[in-house]
Unconditional design. Structure first.
Length: 431
Protein backbone atom coordinates (compact mmCIF):
# COMPACT_ATOMS: atom_id res chain seq x y z
CA UNK A 1 0.00 0.00 0.00
CA UNK A 2 2.85 2.39 0.80
CA UNK A 3 6.40 2.20 -0.51
CA UNK A 4 9.43 1.86 1.75
CA UNK A 5 12.54 3.63 0.49
CA UNK A 6 16.06 3.43 1.87
CA UNK A 7 17.59 6.89 1.59
CA UNK A 8 20.74 6.94 -0.51
CA UNK A 9 20.92 10.57 -1.55
CA UNK A 10 19.13 9.83 -4.80
CA UNK A 11 15.92 7.80 -4.33
CA UNK A 12 14.42 10.21 -1.80
CA UNK A 13 14.98 13.16 -4.14
CA UNK A 14 13.39 11.29 -7.03
CA UNK A 15 10.37 11.02 -4.76
CA UNK A 16 10.36 14.81 -4.26
CA UNK A 17 10.19 15.27 -8.03
CA UNK A 18 7.15 12.97 -8.13
CA UNK A 19 5.43 15.13 -5.51
CA UNK A 20 6.22 18.34 -7.34
CA UNK A 21 4.76 16.98 -10.56
CA UNK A 22 1.41 16.30 -8.88
CA UNK A 23 1.17 19.70 -7.19
CA UNK A 24 -0.49 21.71 -9.94
CA UNK A 25 -2.84 24.40 -8.69
CA UNK A 26 -4.87 24.93 -11.83
CA UNK A 27 -5.69 22.56 -14.63
CA UNK A 28 -5.26 24.11 -18.08
CA UNK A 29 -8.62 22.66 -19.03
CA UNK A 30 -10.29 24.56 -16.19
CA UNK A 31 -8.93 28.02 -17.02
CA UNK A 32 -11.19 28.76 -20.04
CA UNK A 33 -14.31 27.77 -18.08
CA UNK A 34 -13.34 29.83 -15.05
CA UNK A 35 -12.36 32.82 -17.20
CA UNK A 36 -15.77 32.75 -18.84
CA UNK A 37 -17.54 32.62 -15.47
CA UNK A 38 -15.48 35.52 -14.13
CA UNK A 39 -16.20 37.73 -17.14
CA UNK A 40 -19.88 36.85 -17.11
CA UNK A 41 -20.20 37.78 -13.42
CA UNK A 42 -18.24 41.00 -13.99
CA UNK A 43 -20.67 42.11 -16.69
CA UNK A 44 -23.99 40.67 -15.51
CA UNK A 45 -23.67 40.45 -11.73
CA UNK A 46 -26.32 38.83 -9.54
CA UNK A 47 -28.39 37.31 -12.33
CA UNK A 48 -25.65 35.03 -13.63
CA UNK A 49 -24.49 34.20 -10.10
CA UNK A 50 -27.99 32.84 -9.48
CA UNK A 51 -27.92 30.95 -12.79
CA UNK A 52 -24.60 29.33 -11.91
CA UNK A 53 -25.87 28.46 -8.45
CA UNK A 54 -28.78 26.53 -9.96
CA UNK A 55 -26.47 24.88 -12.48
CA UNK A 56 -23.74 23.79 -10.07
CA UNK A 57 -25.45 23.54 -6.67
CA UNK A 58 -28.88 22.27 -7.69
CA UNK A 59 -31.11 25.02 -6.34
CA UNK A 60 -30.92 28.74 -5.71
CA UNK A 61 -31.62 29.85 -2.14
CA UNK A 62 -34.75 31.85 -1.38
CA UNK A 63 -32.52 34.65 -0.10
CA UNK A 64 -29.00 35.14 -1.43
CA UNK A 65 -27.94 36.96 1.73
CA UNK A 66 -28.69 35.42 5.11
CA UNK A 67 -30.21 38.14 7.22
CA UNK A 68 -29.10 38.56 10.81
CA UNK A 69 -32.59 37.89 12.12
CA UNK A 70 -32.56 34.45 10.42
CA UNK A 71 -29.17 33.33 11.71
CA UNK A 72 -30.27 32.18 15.16
CA UNK A 73 -33.02 29.99 13.67
CA UNK A 74 -30.45 28.34 11.40
CA UNK A 75 -27.99 27.80 14.25
CA UNK A 76 -30.73 26.20 16.37
CA UNK A 77 -30.36 23.12 14.14
CA UNK A 78 -26.79 22.59 15.38
CA UNK A 79 -25.79 20.20 18.14
CA UNK A 80 -25.30 22.17 21.37
CA UNK A 81 -22.06 20.37 22.18
CA UNK A 82 -20.70 21.32 18.75
CA UNK A 83 -21.45 24.97 19.53
CA UNK A 84 -19.49 24.72 22.78
CA UNK A 85 -16.57 23.11 20.95
CA UNK A 86 -16.52 25.94 18.40
CA UNK A 87 -16.48 28.49 21.23
CA UNK A 88 -13.55 26.75 22.93
CA UNK A 89 -11.62 26.58 19.65
CA UNK A 90 -12.40 30.25 19.02
CA UNK A 91 -10.91 31.20 22.38
CA UNK A 92 -7.70 29.30 21.63
CA UNK A 93 -7.35 30.63 18.10
CA UNK A 94 -8.07 34.19 19.25
CA UNK A 95 -5.50 34.00 22.04
CA UNK A 96 -2.78 32.81 19.65
CA UNK A 97 -3.50 35.40 16.96
CA UNK A 98 -3.80 38.38 19.31
CA UNK A 99 -0.11 37.90 20.05
CA UNK A 100 0.66 38.62 16.38
CA UNK A 101 -0.70 42.16 16.45
CA UNK A 102 1.74 44.84 15.34
CA UNK A 103 1.72 48.47 16.40
CA UNK A 104 2.11 51.62 14.36
CA UNK A 105 5.27 53.51 15.27
CA UNK A 106 7.24 56.67 14.66
CA UNK A 107 10.74 57.83 15.41
CA UNK A 108 12.22 61.31 15.67
CA UNK A 109 15.77 62.45 15.05
CA UNK A 110 17.69 65.36 16.52
CA UNK A 111 17.55 67.28 13.23
CA UNK A 112 13.74 67.39 13.30
CA UNK A 113 13.13 64.47 10.94
CA UNK A 114 10.08 62.33 11.76
CA UNK A 115 9.52 58.92 10.20
CA UNK A 116 7.24 56.03 10.95
CA UNK A 117 4.86 53.33 9.89
CA UNK A 118 1.08 53.22 10.10
CA UNK A 119 -0.62 49.83 10.40
CA UNK A 120 -4.33 49.21 9.96
CA UNK A 121 -6.68 46.43 8.94
CA UNK A 122 -8.01 46.07 5.42
CA UNK A 123 -11.38 47.72 4.82
CA UNK A 124 -13.26 44.70 3.47
CA UNK A 125 -12.27 41.03 3.10
CA UNK A 126 -14.09 38.16 1.40
CA UNK A 127 -14.02 34.70 2.93
CA UNK A 128 -14.87 31.69 0.78
CA UNK A 129 -16.02 28.58 2.65
CA UNK A 130 -16.90 25.29 0.93
CA UNK A 131 -20.35 24.09 1.93
CA UNK A 132 -21.05 20.93 -0.06
CA UNK A 133 -19.48 17.54 0.59
CA UNK A 134 -16.36 19.33 1.89
CA UNK A 135 -17.93 21.59 4.51
CA UNK A 136 -15.28 22.71 6.98
CA UNK A 137 -16.46 25.05 9.75
CA UNK A 138 -12.90 25.09 11.10
CA UNK A 139 -11.88 27.05 7.99
CA UNK A 140 -14.31 29.79 9.01
CA UNK A 141 -12.55 30.20 12.35
CA UNK A 142 -9.03 30.08 10.94
CA UNK A 143 -9.75 32.77 8.35
CA UNK A 144 -12.23 35.01 10.14
CA UNK A 145 -10.61 35.29 13.57
CA UNK A 146 -7.24 36.75 12.49
CA UNK A 147 -9.06 39.07 10.08
CA UNK A 148 -11.21 40.53 12.85
CA UNK A 149 -8.24 40.79 15.23
CA UNK A 150 -6.32 42.65 12.52
CA UNK A 151 -9.09 45.24 12.41
CA UNK A 152 -10.81 44.35 9.13
CA UNK A 153 -13.84 46.64 9.00
CA UNK A 154 -16.18 44.26 7.19
CA UNK A 155 -15.84 40.51 6.65
CA UNK A 156 -18.03 39.05 3.89
CA UNK A 157 -18.49 35.27 3.73
CA UNK A 158 -19.64 33.32 0.68
CA UNK A 159 -20.59 29.67 1.02
CA UNK A 160 -22.58 27.51 -1.41
CA UNK A 161 -26.07 26.36 -0.47
CA UNK A 162 -26.84 22.72 0.12
CA UNK A 163 -28.73 20.77 -2.55
CA UNK A 164 -32.04 21.94 -1.10
CA UNK A 165 -31.00 25.58 -1.28
CA UNK A 166 -30.47 25.98 2.47
CA UNK A 167 -27.24 26.90 4.27
CA UNK A 168 -25.10 24.48 6.25
CA UNK A 169 -26.00 25.29 9.89
CA UNK A 170 -22.58 24.32 11.26
CA UNK A 171 -20.85 26.80 8.95
CA UNK A 172 -23.31 29.58 9.83
CA UNK A 173 -22.75 28.95 13.54
CA UNK A 174 -18.98 29.16 13.15
CA UNK A 175 -19.39 32.39 11.16
CA UNK A 176 -21.46 34.06 13.86
CA UNK A 177 -19.11 33.02 16.66
CA UNK A 178 -16.05 34.17 14.67
CA UNK A 179 -17.54 37.60 13.93
CA UNK A 180 -18.40 37.40 10.22
CA UNK A 181 -20.41 40.49 9.27
CA UNK A 182 -22.41 39.36 6.21
CA UNK A 183 -23.11 35.93 4.71
CA UNK A 184 -24.06 35.15 1.10
CA UNK A 185 -25.22 31.77 -0.18
CA UNK A 186 -23.19 31.35 -3.35
CA UNK A 187 -20.22 29.21 -4.26
CA UNK A 188 -17.66 28.31 -6.87
CA UNK A 189 -15.76 30.61 -9.22
CA UNK A 190 -18.88 32.78 -9.52
CA UNK A 191 -18.74 33.65 -5.82
CA UNK A 192 -15.05 34.53 -6.05
CA UNK A 193 -15.78 36.78 -9.04
CA UNK A 194 -18.69 38.42 -7.21
CA UNK A 195 -16.40 39.24 -4.28
CA UNK A 196 -13.66 40.55 -6.57
CA UNK A 197 -15.82 42.83 -8.73
CA UNK A 198 -18.88 43.38 -6.58
CA UNK A 199 -22.47 42.90 -7.78
CA UNK A 200 -25.78 44.60 -7.07
CA UNK A 201 -25.88 42.87 -3.68
CA UNK A 202 -22.35 41.61 -2.95
CA UNK A 203 -19.88 44.33 -1.97
CA UNK A 204 -16.49 44.47 -3.63
CA UNK A 205 -13.68 43.31 -1.35
CA UNK A 206 -9.97 44.05 -1.08
CA UNK A 207 -8.82 40.48 -0.42
CA UNK A 208 -10.22 36.96 -0.79
CA UNK A 209 -9.20 34.11 1.51
CA UNK A 210 -10.38 30.58 2.10
CA UNK A 211 -10.12 27.09 0.56
CA UNK A 212 -12.00 25.65 -2.38
CA UNK A 213 -11.93 23.21 -5.29
CA UNK A 214 -9.95 23.60 -8.51
CA UNK A 215 -12.47 26.12 -9.88
CA UNK A 216 -12.27 28.31 -6.78
CA UNK A 217 -8.46 28.08 -6.66
CA UNK A 218 -8.18 28.95 -10.35
CA UNK A 219 -10.56 31.90 -9.98
CA UNK A 220 -8.49 33.27 -7.11
CA UNK A 221 -5.33 32.89 -9.15
CA UNK A 222 -6.82 34.64 -12.19
CA UNK A 223 -8.23 37.48 -10.09
CA UNK A 224 -5.02 38.13 -8.17
CA UNK A 225 -4.17 41.74 -8.89
CA UNK A 226 -7.81 42.76 -9.06
CA UNK A 227 -7.87 41.71 -5.41
CA UNK A 228 -5.30 40.26 -3.06
CA UNK A 229 -5.56 36.57 -2.12
CA UNK A 230 -4.17 34.42 0.67
CA UNK A 231 -2.32 31.75 -1.32
CA UNK A 232 -2.83 29.10 -3.99
CA UNK A 233 -3.09 25.92 -1.96
CA UNK A 234 -1.96 22.59 -3.34
CA UNK A 235 -2.81 19.10 -2.07
CA UNK A 236 -2.47 18.53 1.67
CA UNK A 237 0.80 17.18 3.09
CA UNK A 238 2.13 15.62 6.25
CA UNK A 239 5.73 14.69 6.97
CA UNK A 240 6.60 12.81 10.16
CA UNK A 241 10.12 12.58 11.53
CA UNK A 242 10.36 9.69 14.00
CA UNK A 243 13.11 7.93 15.92
CA UNK A 244 13.05 4.49 17.56
CA UNK A 245 11.04 5.81 20.55
CA UNK A 246 7.97 6.58 18.40
CA UNK A 247 4.73 4.62 18.56
CA UNK A 248 3.96 2.98 15.17
CA UNK A 249 0.23 3.02 15.97
CA UNK A 250 0.32 6.80 16.33
CA UNK A 251 2.46 7.24 13.23
CA UNK A 252 0.11 5.24 11.02
CA UNK A 253 -2.95 7.09 12.31
CA UNK A 254 -1.34 10.48 11.69
CA UNK A 255 -0.22 9.60 8.17
CA UNK A 256 -3.77 8.60 7.26
CA UNK A 257 -5.25 11.71 8.87
CA UNK A 258 -3.89 13.70 5.94
CA UNK A 259 -4.13 11.02 3.28
CA UNK A 260 -7.93 11.01 3.69
CA UNK A 261 -8.18 14.60 2.42
CA UNK A 262 -7.50 13.86 -1.22
CA UNK A 263 -6.12 11.21 -3.55
CA UNK A 264 -3.35 13.73 -4.32
CA UNK A 265 -2.47 14.25 -0.64
CA UNK A 266 1.02 13.31 0.47
CA UNK A 267 1.90 11.40 3.66
CA UNK A 268 5.56 10.64 4.37
CA UNK A 269 7.41 9.09 7.31
CA UNK A 270 11.12 9.71 7.83
CA UNK A 271 12.80 7.46 10.38
CA UNK A 272 16.23 6.13 11.24
CA UNK A 273 14.69 2.86 12.46
CA UNK A 274 13.89 -0.01 10.12
CA UNK A 275 11.85 -1.56 12.93
CA UNK A 276 9.65 1.55 13.19
CA UNK A 277 9.25 1.57 9.41
CA UNK A 278 8.10 -2.06 9.33
CA UNK A 279 5.71 -1.77 12.27
CA UNK A 280 4.17 1.45 10.93
CA UNK A 281 3.47 -0.28 7.64
CA UNK A 282 1.74 -3.10 9.52
CA UNK A 283 -0.36 -0.57 11.44
CA UNK A 284 -1.41 1.14 8.22
CA UNK A 285 -2.72 -2.15 6.85
CA UNK A 286 -4.56 -2.79 10.11
CA UNK A 287 -6.12 0.62 10.77
CA UNK A 288 -7.19 1.52 7.23
CA UNK A 289 -9.87 -1.19 7.27
CA UNK A 290 -11.84 0.71 9.90
CA UNK A 291 -11.80 4.12 8.21
CA UNK A 292 -14.67 5.50 6.13
CA UNK A 293 -12.46 7.11 3.47
CA UNK A 294 -10.17 4.11 3.07
CA UNK A 295 -10.27 4.12 -0.74
CA UNK A 296 -9.01 7.72 -0.86
CA UNK A 297 -6.38 6.94 1.78
CA UNK A 298 -5.18 3.87 -0.10
CA UNK A 299 -4.83 5.80 -3.36
CA UNK A 300 -2.99 8.65 -1.66
CA UNK A 301 -0.54 6.37 0.14
CA UNK A 302 0.14 4.22 -2.92
CA UNK A 303 0.85 7.16 -5.23
CA UNK A 304 2.21 9.93 -3.03
CA UNK A 305 3.08 8.30 0.27
CA UNK A 306 6.38 6.83 1.41
CA UNK A 307 8.25 5.51 4.41
CA UNK A 308 11.85 6.61 4.02
CA UNK A 309 14.50 4.96 6.16
CA UNK A 310 17.38 7.37 6.79
CA UNK A 311 20.90 6.63 7.97
CA UNK A 312 20.47 8.90 10.98
CA UNK A 313 18.33 11.77 12.29
CA UNK A 314 20.58 14.39 10.72
CA UNK A 315 19.77 13.01 7.28
CA UNK A 316 16.07 12.98 8.18
CA UNK A 317 16.15 16.63 9.27
CA UNK A 318 18.05 17.64 6.13
CA UNK A 319 15.47 15.92 3.94
CA UNK A 320 12.59 17.45 5.91
CA UNK A 321 13.97 20.93 5.22
CA UNK A 322 14.32 20.09 1.56
CA UNK A 323 10.72 18.90 1.33
CA UNK A 324 9.37 21.95 3.24
CA UNK A 325 6.06 20.29 4.18
CA UNK A 326 2.75 21.86 5.11
CA UNK A 327 2.54 19.85 8.37
CA UNK A 328 5.61 18.45 10.11
CA UNK A 329 5.36 16.12 13.11
CA UNK A 330 8.41 15.37 15.24
CA UNK A 331 7.78 12.10 17.07
CA UNK A 332 11.11 11.74 18.83
CA UNK A 333 12.34 11.12 22.35
CA UNK A 334 13.37 14.76 22.72
CA UNK A 335 11.45 16.71 20.05
CA UNK A 336 12.47 20.13 21.38
CA UNK A 337 16.08 19.56 20.35
CA UNK A 338 15.03 19.69 16.70
CA UNK A 339 12.88 22.81 16.68
CA UNK A 340 15.84 25.08 15.94
CA UNK A 341 16.96 22.88 13.04
CA UNK A 342 13.64 22.66 11.20
CA UNK A 343 13.63 25.79 9.04
CA UNK A 344 11.10 24.91 6.35
CA UNK A 345 7.63 23.89 7.50
CA UNK A 346 4.19 25.43 7.64
CA UNK A 347 3.44 24.19 11.15
CA UNK A 348 5.50 21.95 13.44
CA UNK A 349 3.92 19.46 15.87
CA UNK A 350 6.26 18.39 18.64
CA UNK A 351 6.01 15.09 20.49
CA UNK A 352 3.79 12.02 20.47
CA UNK A 353 0.75 13.87 21.81
CA UNK A 354 0.67 16.79 19.37
CA UNK A 355 -0.95 15.16 16.31
CA UNK A 356 -1.76 17.25 13.25
CA UNK A 357 -5.56 17.38 13.83
CA UNK A 358 -4.83 19.29 17.03
CA UNK A 359 -3.66 22.15 14.84
CA UNK A 360 -6.45 21.70 12.30
CA UNK A 361 -9.14 22.39 14.84
CA UNK A 362 -8.25 23.52 18.28
CA UNK A 363 -4.82 24.44 19.60
CA UNK A 364 -4.65 27.99 18.24
CA UNK A 365 -2.07 28.29 15.43
CA UNK A 366 -3.57 28.73 11.98
CA UNK A 367 -4.25 25.73 9.77
CA UNK A 368 -4.04 27.72 6.52
CA UNK A 369 -0.50 26.75 5.59
CA UNK A 370 1.86 26.86 2.60
CA UNK A 371 1.95 23.66 0.52
CA UNK A 372 3.99 22.16 -2.32
CA UNK A 373 7.34 23.16 -0.83
CA UNK A 374 6.41 26.85 -0.58
CA UNK A 375 7.09 26.80 3.17
CA UNK A 376 10.62 27.68 2.07
CA UNK A 377 9.40 31.26 1.54
CA UNK A 378 5.69 31.50 2.54
CA UNK A 379 4.21 31.70 6.03
CA UNK A 380 0.92 30.53 7.55
CA UNK A 381 -2.13 32.78 7.38
CA UNK A 382 -1.94 35.27 10.23
CA UNK A 383 -3.03 38.68 11.45
CA UNK A 384 -0.33 40.06 9.13
CA UNK A 385 -2.31 38.70 6.17
CA UNK A 386 -5.10 41.19 6.86
CA UNK A 387 -3.21 44.41 7.46
CA UNK A 388 -1.61 47.02 5.25
CA UNK A 389 1.27 49.30 6.09
CA UNK A 390 2.11 52.84 5.04
CA UNK A 391 5.32 54.65 5.85
CA UNK A 392 5.49 58.39 6.44
CA UNK A 393 8.33 60.92 6.30
CA UNK A 394 8.66 64.47 7.56
CA UNK A 395 11.86 66.47 6.83
CA UNK A 396 12.64 70.01 7.84
CA UNK A 397 14.18 72.40 5.32
CA UNK A 398 17.62 72.12 6.92
CA UNK A 399 17.45 68.33 7.09
CA UNK A 400 16.64 68.07 3.39
CA UNK A 401 19.34 70.61 2.52
CA UNK A 402 21.94 68.52 4.34
CA UNK A 403 20.99 65.42 2.32
CA UNK A 404 20.29 67.18 -0.98
CA UNK A 405 23.63 66.54 -2.69
CA UNK A 406 23.47 62.80 -2.00
CA UNK A 407 19.90 62.52 -3.27
CA UNK A 408 20.68 64.50 -6.43
CA UNK A 409 23.76 62.35 -7.04
CA UNK A 410 21.67 59.18 -6.77
CA UNK A 411 19.01 60.54 -9.14
CA UNK A 412 21.56 61.67 -11.74
CA UNK A 413 23.33 58.31 -11.56
CA UNK A 414 20.04 56.68 -12.54
CA UNK A 415 19.42 59.22 -15.27
CA UNK A 416 16.31 60.59 -13.56
CA UNK A 417 16.94 64.31 -13.86
CA UNK A 418 13.40 65.27 -12.88
CA UNK A 419 13.96 63.48 -9.59
CA UNK A 420 17.15 65.50 -9.10
CA UNK A 421 15.35 68.70 -10.06
CA UNK A 422 12.66 68.08 -7.44
CA UNK A 423 15.39 68.40 -4.82
CA UNK A 424 17.47 71.18 -6.44
CA UNK A 425 14.55 73.50 -7.09
CA UNK A 426 13.96 73.86 -3.39
CA UNK A 427 17.41 75.35 -2.85
CA UNK A 428 18.00 77.16 -6.14
CA UNK A 429 18.49 80.85 -5.32
CA UNK A 430 18.29 81.90 -8.98
CA UNK A 431 15.10 83.72 -10.04
Amino acid sequence: MIATVTADGKKEYEFINTLKARSQNSDKNVIPTVSEIIENVRINGDKVVKDYTIKFDGKAPEKTEILKEDIDNIIAKCDSEYIETVKKATANISDFHRRQLQQSWLTTKSNGVIMGQRIRGLKRVGLYVPGGTAAYPSSVLMNAIPAKIAGVEELIMCTPPQKDGTPNPNIIAAAKIAGVDRIFLMGGAQAVAALAYGTETVPKVDKIVGPGNIFVATAKKLLYGTVDIDMIAGPSEILIVADKSANPKFLAADLMSQAEHDRLASAILLTDSQDIADKTKQELDKQIKELSRNEIIKSSLENFGAIIVCSDMNQAIEFANELAPEHLEVCCENPMEYIGKLDNAGSVFLGNYSPEPLGDYFAGPNHVLPTSGTARFFSPLSVDSFIKKSSFIYYTENALKNDADDIVRFANTEGLTAHANSIKVRFDTKE
